[in-house]
Write a protein that binds this ligand. Structure first.
Ligand SMILES: [Zn+2]
Length: 246
């Protein structure tokens, strides 16, 4: 079990932001942004797929969140008839890459139902091969036109990363992978004025967006105008999803 723990001496090296990259490199871990080969997915996408454009998809998410915030949900697409109508195939209109936090369930906060959203959730929306591959599958095979990277206020994964980097906590076992992935966002946030956690959450979103935009199967779709990647931060107190500019 001891081998699964981050060695104490590495924790100490991680404690200072200025030595962060050195400390991570010394751990010999591979960055999680490496993408699978393009040949890993079918060459001929399904004829099925949503006809909604990226902007329409994002507008639908905004409108759903407004209903959620106003406590005026329509709870769409949750009937037995809907279940039957999508049993043979799916046409989700947006991919949501969010955090595992139990307080941020995409279908609820966007007032969506069965077959509407293609959801991937990891702590701090951390990327790895499986996550990126899943998103690529959604974009290529299901022709989903929009990806939303959804961070949230007071994210425990980002908070834990801050605590590890400041030497106040240890990242045990595979949790270190999360800390390693989120650490650059915390490092960048440490140079900005304002709340460190809030800034790190937002930077973690934009960094995830940037990494995804370079995925082999996503980059060409973005260039062709067939796919858009957006970012947002969810407010735990108000329920509002704040979309980031750009
Ligand atoms: Zn979180």
């Amino acid at each position: 079990m001891l081998d699964d723990r981050l060695p104490r001496r590495d924790l100490l090296r991680l404690a200072g932001f200025s030595t962060l990259s050195v400390g991570l490199a010394a751990c010999g871990r591979v960055a999680p942004a490496v993408q699978p080969a393009a040949s890993a997915l079918p060459a001929h996408p399904s004829a099925e797929g949503t006809s909604a454009s990226a902007d329409e998809a994002l507008a639908r998410l905004r409108e759903g969140n407004q209903r959620f915030v106003a406590d005026k949900e329509s709870n769409p697409n949750s009937s037995p008839a809907r279940r039957a109508s999508i049993a043979a195939s799916q046409e989700p209109f947006a991919t949501i890459l969010g955090c595992v936090d139990s307080r941020v369930p995409p279908e609820l906060i966007f007032d969506c139902g069965l077959g509407d959203l293609f959801v991937i959730r990891t702590a701090g929306h951390t990327l790895d091969h499986a996550v990126t591959g899943s998103i690529e599958f959604g974009a290529v095979e299901l022709k989903i036109p929009a990806i939303l990277v959804l961070g949230h206020e007071r994210c425990g994964a980002v908070k834990a990363t801050i605590e590890v980097l400041e030497g106040r906590a240890e990242a045990l076992s595979n949790i270190f992978v999360l800390v390693e992935a989120i650490a650059p966002a915390v490092e960048a946030a440490s140079t900005r004025p304002g709340d460190l956690l809030d800034n790190a959450v937002e930077i973690n979103v934009t960094r995830t967006m940037a990494t995804l935009s370079q995925a082999p199967l996503l980059a060409p779709l973005i260039k062709e105008g067939k796919l858009k990647i957006a970012g947002a931060v969810y407010d735990l107190d108000t329920g509002v999803v704040r979309f980031l500019e750009g």
